[in-house]
Ligand binder design. Structure first.
Ligand SMILES: [Zn+2]
Length: 98
């Protein structure tokens, strides 16, 4: 006779790394896709919203989240460079009043 089979449903939480990210350029949530090509060790970053596209070198141990963090760091560096005033002070602060 047909035995009742106990169905064991395992709800194992899979610790998955995020594969989509928020775009730091246009601010859209989960719009950044990162495609890692291990053969050429390059990661292609693409925003589905503002279509910003960039590639970054990727090390074998690196995952999407690493690539994304690395990209963010480089963006911050760039913006910090821009914030530095290109108009250098010509030293006219020191007035020679005597
Ligand atoms: Zn974007």
């Amino acid at each position: 006779m047909g035995r009742k089979r106990k169905r064991i449903v395992r709800t194992k939480p899979i610790p998955s790394l995020p594969t989509v990210f928020d775009c730091p350029i246009c601010g859209t949530t989960n719009s950044i896709n990162i495609d890692i090509d291990r053969k050429i060790r390059t990661a292609a970053i693409l925003c589905g919203k503002c279509k910003i596209q960039t590639t970054r070198p990727v090390r074998p141990i690196e995952e999407r989240v690493d690539v994304f963090g690395d990209w963010l760091d480089s963006l911050v560096e760039e913006s910090e460079k821009e914030q530095e005033s290109p108009l250098s002070d010509d030293g006219s602060d020191i007035t020679d009043e005597s």
